[in-house]
Design a protein around this ligand. Structure first.
Ligand SMILES: *Cc1c(COP(=O)(O)O)cnc(C)c1O
Length: 417
């Protein structure tokens, strides 16, 4: 459920028309609904129910400070994959002791900063990374709480680019190799073995992969406890899918029921790392039609947003529902394309849309996750503005970039070179 509905013939974000927002702030424009964000955060928290646990939002899905600060206020923690994301969380008012640090390439300065801030957990993805964390922690006189991220080797049945829990994956360690690393970790200075972590992929639309993964991880937990390791945290990752094109992923409550059934008696704090499911439906991308280009073969609707603003169709052949902000009725089969000089720059192909004319606004739905956070400036296109709407109020939470800002830090070549 989300809060983008048609009111008096115009698609709106909560109580504000997207037409008025586009007129005030220009296009392309990302618009997020505060009510939807809050609702999703609460649903995920309710999924944990009375179990000890914490929802740690995966910052990379949408990392705007406005969104992070709203979620922090809801009591949500954060899953980060870089030092930059830690700084964002802190700048947004998030608590370091609710931060989990994942990722295969943590650097020394990032580990040091995270240790000084006192984060909740490092999800370790390799033996050399464990050595480095131990070394940095020892030099700071601290003990780093760690979990090893394991690959439970279940097929998440999702797009290969977003499947992460398989043997061949660069992420985590094969579950059978994990025990050896835990044994080493358990006797290392500077390391506190605190938990087990996994994350099997993204846009998962069935419950079974989660259930299988939890079962395999529980077997590992039993082994580790048998060796007197104090496993007090089980991090089940994120990956719950959302409906983009008629998929019917499990609801947060169904997902929560499974997690509770499997883990309520595990004697551990349970961490969830949802990204997409918290923010995807809470955001839309509003774009204006520049031209309707008709050829003998096709009708192209050329819009002012492009793959640099929303990369998912180009990167994953992802489907996003598109609708006019104010419908003219009728129906036409069109390609919706952006201005970037790449054939992969499209939002829809051979899609039936109501008739549109130059100057009309289109709304690209379910764009809150991996939308702006993946945006680039390719083709020297300033990144879009971002707005959060709450009721009848809107706040610009990221101003549109200026063209000059795009070459800040660059210089003309010195003539003597
Ligand atoms: C990306 C990521 C997530 C979030 O994935 P979603 O599919 O957006 O829920 C959670 N945990 C880790 C480690 C990730 O890399």
């Amino acid at each position: 459920m989300n809060h983008f509905e048609t009111k008096a013939g115009v698609l709106s974000a909560e109580d504000l028309s997207l037409e008025a927002l586009a007129d005030a702030h220009g296009t392309p424009l990302y618009v997020y609904s505060a009510a939807t964000l809050r609702r999703h955060a609460r649903l995920m928290q309710e999924a944990l129910a009375a179990m000890p646990g914490l929802v740690c939002y995966a910052v990379k899905a949408c990392s705007n400070l406005g969104v992070l600060s709203l979620l922090a206020k809801e009591g949500v923690g954060f899953d980060i994959v870089s030092g930059g994301e830690l700084e964002r969380v802190l700048a947004a008012g998030g608590r370091a002791d609710r931060v989990v640090f994942s990722g295969v390439g943590k650097q020394q300065h990032e580990i040091e900063r995270a240790l000084r801030e006192g984060i909740k957990l490092f999800n370790v993805e390799s033996a050399p990374e464990l050595e480095l964390i131990a070394q940095v922690a020892t030099s700071l006189g601290k003990r780093a709480p760690i979990a090893v991220r394991v690959n439970p080797e279940v097929d998440a049945k999702t797009h290969p680019y977003i499947a992460t829990g398989l043997k061949e994956s660069k992420f985590g360690l094969p579950i059978d190799d994990a025990v050896a690393l835990y044994r080493r970790a358990a006797i290392m200075d500077g390391i506190e073995v605190a938990g087990v972590a996994f994350h099997i992929g993204s846009q998962i639309t069935a419950l079974e992969p989660f259930g299988q993964a939890i079962d395999r991880v529980l077997a590992l937990v039993a082994t580790l406890r048998g060796e007197r390791m104090n496993i007090r945290i089980i991090d089940v990752g994120g990956g719950l899918g959302v409906p983009y094109a008629g998929e019917t992923p499990p609801s947060p409550s169904e997902y929560g029921k499974l997690v509770r059934e499997k883990l309520a008696n595990a004697g551990a704090e349970v961490l969830l790392e949802p990204g997409r499911v918290l923010v995807a439906n809470a955001g839309v991308l509003v774009t204006r039609v520049l031209y309707v280009k008709k050829t003998a073969y096709k009708t192209f609707v050329v819009v002012d947003a492009a793959m640099n603003d929303l990369m998912r169709p180009a990167l994953y052949q992802a489907h996003h529902h598109i609708e006019p902000v104010r419908s003219r009725g009728g129906s036409e089969i069109v390609d919706v394309v952006g201005p970037v000089c790449e054939s992969s720059d499209f939002f829809a192909k051979a899609r039936a849309l109501p008739v549109v004319e130059a100057g009309d606004l289109l709304c690209i739905r379910t764009a809150g996750a991996y939308g702006f956070s993946m945006a680039s400036q390719y083709n020297t296109r300033p990144r879009a503005a971002e707005i959060i709407v709450s009721g009848d109020r809107a706040q610009l939470v990221r101003e549109r970039e200026s063209v000059e800002s795009l070459w800040r830090g660059e210089s003309r070549l010195d003539p003597s070179m």
